[in-house]
Write a protein that binds this ligand. Structure first.
Ligand SMILES: Cc1cc2nc3c(=O)[nH]c(=O)nc-3n(C[C@H](O)[C@H](O)[C@H](O)COP(=O)(O)OP(=O)(O)OC[C@H]3O[C@@H](n4cnc5c(N)ncnc54)[C@H](O)[C@@H]3O)c2cc1C
Length: 400
C-alpha cells in the first residue's frame, strides 16, 4: 500500500488549491491528488465561457447558501488573498465593473496552467485516470485499498456538469464515513416555464428584475427560449427554486421605472403619435417583440394602433410590464447546471479549518459542501478559498 501524508480526491479548483496550500504550508509533507479524468481541471476550462470568472471582489460580503459558514471561510481566504494567491503563481487578474475577476489573459487555460505548474513546481504528485470508489477510516484513511494517508481532503465537486468530472461520486464517499448529505438539486440552471405568452420571443433578450412567488429574486439579463428562460438573472433565480413546489416567476421588464412612471410614458407616447402601430408602442422601452407580447397578455388582444390606448389601457399594460408572470415548471437538469445546490452538511465541518467534526484528518471543500453562490465568480471563489483552508490545515495537522 502506498503511504502519503495528504491525499486529495479531485483535481478541480478546490483540490488543486488545496494541494498548493498544503505544500506551501509544509514542503516536507507528501501530497497526492487523485483525479479520475485523464487530466485535472477540465471544468475550469469551461468556466466563464472559456474566460474563467475566477472570483469576485465582493465575495467576502456575498450571501452564499449557509452564509454564516461560507463567510467564515471567505473572511480568512478573502478576495484580496485570492488575487495575491494567483499573483504568486504569475497569474494577474482584472475586475470588471461588478467586481468579477478574470485573468488578464482572458483565457481559462491560463488559470489552469498556473495551478498545474505550481503543483508541479511544489512537487505535488498528480495521479490521473484514478477513480476513488472507497474510503475507509483506519489509522488514517485507506483509499481503494491502495493508498494510505494521514489527512484526506475530499474535493470531488458536486453533480453539476458531470461530463466535466463531477459525477456525484463524492457523496457516497462522505456517507460511507458517516457524513450527511442534504437534498441535491441543479442550480445556476435554466428555468422551465409555461411558454404560452412567450412563444414568439425565442432568442430575445431583456434586462429585467425577477422574483419567485415562493421567495427569492435576481436582476440582470434574461433570454427567452423555447422551454422558458435562460440568462444570468434566470440562472441566479434558480438558486431559490424549491423542487416540486408550485411557483410563479414575476418579471419586471422595466425595473428602472415605477408603475406610475411606466403608465405615464405609455399615455404620452400614445397621445404623441396615435397612428403608431401597436407593435411599436413599447419599442422605446424594450425589445419590440417583448413589448408586443406584453400588450397582448395585458389586454387579451392586440389593438391596431396607439390611438386605442387610453389611460385605462395604459395602466393595464404598465401593470403587465411590472408583473409579467410565468408559471414555473421546474429547471433543467444537472447536465445543464453550473452548480449543485445541497451537499455535505456544513454543520458537520469546522468553518475555520474545513475539518470534519466526525473524523480528525478528514476535510471537504468546494462544491461538495452545501454552499452555493450566485453567478459572478462566487462559486470558484468558494472552491479556491475552502480548498486553501483545507490544504493549509491538513498540512499543519497531519502527523505521519
Ligand atoms: C459551464 C460552467 C461554467 C462555470 N463558470 C463559472 C464561473 O465563471 N465562475 C464561477 O465562480 N463558477 C463557475 N462555475 C462553477 C464552478 O466551476 C464550480 O463551482 C467549481 O469548479 C467547483 O470546484 P470544485 O473543485 O469543488 O469541483 P470541480 O471543479 O467539479 O472538481 C472536482 C474534481 O473531482 C474529480 N472527481 C470527482 N469524483 C472523483 C472521484 N471519485 N475520484 C477521483 N476524482 C474525482 C472530478 O473529475 C473533478 O476534476 C461554472 C460551472 C460550469 C459547469
Amino acid at each position: 500500500m502506498k503511504k502519503v501524508d495528504i491525499i486529495i480526491v479531485g483535481g478541480g479548483a478546490g483540490g488543486l488549491a488545496a494541494a498548493i496550500e498544503a505544500k506551501r504550508t509544509d514542503r516536507d509533507k507528501s501530497v497526492t491528488v487523485l483525479e479520475h479524468l485523464p487530466r485535472v481541471g477540465k471544468k475550469i476550462l469551461a468556466t466563464g465561457n472559456g474566460r474563467c470568472n475566477l472570483g469576485n471582489l465582493n465575495a467576502d460580503t456575498h450571501l452564499y447558501t449557509n452564509a454564516a459558514f461560507a463567510s467564515k471561510v471567505m473572511n480568512k481566504f478573502n478576495a484580496q488573498s485570492l488575487v495575491e494567491f494567483f499573483q504568486s503563481m504569475g497569474l494577474y487578474t482584472r475586475a470588471d465593473s461588478e467586481g468579477r475577476l478574470y485573468p488578464l489573459s482572458n483565457t481559462a487555460a491560463s488559470v489552469l496552467d498556473a495551478l498545474r505548474f505550481e503543483c508541479e513546481n511544489l512537487g505535488v504528485d498528480i495521479v490521473c485516470d484514478y477513480k476513488v470508489n472507497s474510503v475507509k477510516k483506519a489509522d488514517g484513511f485507506i483509499i481503494n485499498g491502495e493508498y494510505k494517508c494521514d489527512s484526506l481532503i475530499l474535493a470531488c465537486g458536486g453533480k453539476a456538469a458531470p461530463s466535466q468530472g463531477s459525477d456525484g461520486s463524492g457523496y457516497p464517499l462522505l456517507k460511507s464515513l458517516g457524513h450527511s448529505v442534504t437534498a441535491l438539486s441543479p442550480c445556476l440552471v435554466q428555468l422551465l416555464t409555461d411558454t404560452a405568452k412567450t412563444k414568439a420571443l425565442k432568442g430575445v433578450r431583456a434586462s429585467a428584475s425577477l422574483s419567485l412567488t415562493t421567495g427569492g429574486n435576481a436582476r440582470g439579463e434574461i433570454l427567452f427560449t423555447d422551454y422558458g428562460i435562460s440568462g444570468i438573472a434566470a440562472m441566479d433565480l434558480s438558486r431559490y427554486v424549491v423542487p416540486d413546489k408550485k411557483a410563479e416567476i414575476i418579471i419586471d421588464l422595466l425595473p428602472e421605472y415605477s408603475f406610475e412612471a411606466a403608465k405615464e410614458i405609455i399615455v404620452k407616447t400614445a397621445r404623441h403619435n396615435p397612428a403608431l402601430p401597436i407593435e411599436s408602442l413599447l419599442g422605446g422601452l424594450m425589445h419590440k417583440a417583448v413589448g408586443t407580447a406584453v400588450i397582448k397578455s395585458a389586454l387579451g388582444f392586440l389593438p391596431k394602433a396607439a390611438a386605442e390606448i387610453g389611460a385605462k389601457q395604459a395602466g393595464i399594460i404598465a401593470a403587465e410590464i411590472k408583473n409579467f408572470t410565468l408559471a414555473l415548471k421546474g429547471t433543467k437538469g444537472f447536465n445543464d447546471a453550473q452548480v449543485t445546490k445541497g451537499g455535505a452538511s456544513v454543520k458537520e465541518f469546522d468553518a475555520h479549518t474545513l475539518e470534519s467534526k466526525k473524523h480528525k484528518g478528514l476535510y471537504a471543500c468546494g462544491e461538495l459542501l452545501d454552499v452555493d453562490g450566485a453567478c459572478g465568480g462566487f462559486n470558484l471563489a468558494f472552491a479556491f478559498s475552502s480548498g486553501r483552508a483545507a490544504g493549509q490545515n491538513a498540512a499543519k495537522k497531519c502527523s505521519f
